[in-house]
Design a binder for this molecule. Structure first.
Ligand code: PLP
Length: 284
């Protein structure tokens, strides 16, 4: 694979980042994941807008504009002949050479790394058959709206979910679901109302979530933006998650309780199809 590091396209085994990089030592960095379908980028401008927001929240310099970032994404897709999968982008604060808590001076260059990862997004098993969820306490920090690379707790929650026989984790705090460990959580109530949590510091403002909200409106679905409990989700007509790499993925069980008949719901399927169709149409 060819990867990108600070201006250079290099073979992955030749890529180098300093051991003093603050991303490595302190998780001082942000990231984005953009999906690729038919060799084209999905929701690219949304992801770059959020990257700027995350970097801004951490006073992290981003000396590349959207056009420069698009060029790098496209060049990596081309060099790796990527048809379907993801482009991962990571921006860290670099390092002035020592381990130090305080940010280094503004003249310290940040570290920008991008790489591609091939993955079957359309035909993948999860998206079509659905996934089983195990709930875990939400023990992450209080600024989950910033997409930082500090992902140890989501990794632990996914391992705990796997040990419980599930495919993924939903994180729960004060009796309500905040979001998935790496996606936003949704339910369709028995009354046919689509529910997903309101934006705040508690959750990541999903780019896929925003597009699915638009599609729901276009399909004239009733929508409520509010939190829901695990019990409400277990008793819902349908449940699903959204993220760049999973699009819209049905949830068929939560803590070993089947959602409805334990099969992907009809509205979920409709939204998945609509998201894929719209994404293909808008891809760049
Ligand atoms: N919430 C969390 C915690 C995530 O890590 C992600 C994606 O990685 C999402 C939500 C979904 O965001 P997006 O749709 O922009 O991929």
């Amino acid at each position: 694979r060819t990867v990108y590091v600070n201006g250079d396209y290099v073979a992955e085994q030749d890529a180098k980042v300093s051991v003093f990089d603050r991303g490595f030592l302190l998780a001082d960095g942000v990231y984005e994941v953009s999906s690729v379908l038919d060799g084209k980028l999905i929701d690219f401008s949304g992801h770059m807008q959020r990257l700027k927001r995350s970097a801004g929240a951490l006073e992290l310099a981003l000396p590349w504009d959207d056009e420069a970032l698009l060029t790098i994404h496209r060049e990596l897709i081309r060099r790796n002949a990527l048809e379907e999968g993801m482009v991962y982008l990571q921006l860290t604060r670099g390092s002035a050479g020592d381990r130090e808590f305080h940010y280094p001076g503004a003249d310290t260059p940040p570290t920008l790394v991008l790489f591609t990862q091939a993955k079957a997004l359309i035909a993948g098993r999860s998206g079509n058959d659905g996934i089983r969820i195990a709930t875990q306490p939400d023990w992450r920090w209080a600024r989950r709206d910033i997409k930082t690379v500090q992902l140890l707790y989501p990794a632990m929650a996914k391992m705990a979910a796997k040990a419980a026989g599930a495919d993924d984790a939903w994180l729960v705090e004060n009796g309500v679901v905040t979001e998935g460990a790496s996606n936003n959580a949704w339910i369709l109530t028995q009354d046919g109302v689509l529910v997903t949590r309101e934006l705040s510091h508690a959750i990541l403002p999903g780019i896929t979530r925003a597009v699915v909200l638009e599609l729901a409106e276009a399909l004239s679905l009733r929508v409520e933006v509010r939190a829901f409990s695990v019990e409400e989700a277990q008793n819902a007509r349908e449940c699903f998650v959204t993220s760049a790499s999973s699009f819209v993925t049905p949830v068929v069980a939560i803590d070993d309780i089947a959602v409805a008949d334990g099969r992907p719901g009809q509205v979920t399927r409709q939204l998945r199809d609509a998201y894929i169709e719209e994404s293909r149409r808008r891809a760049i």
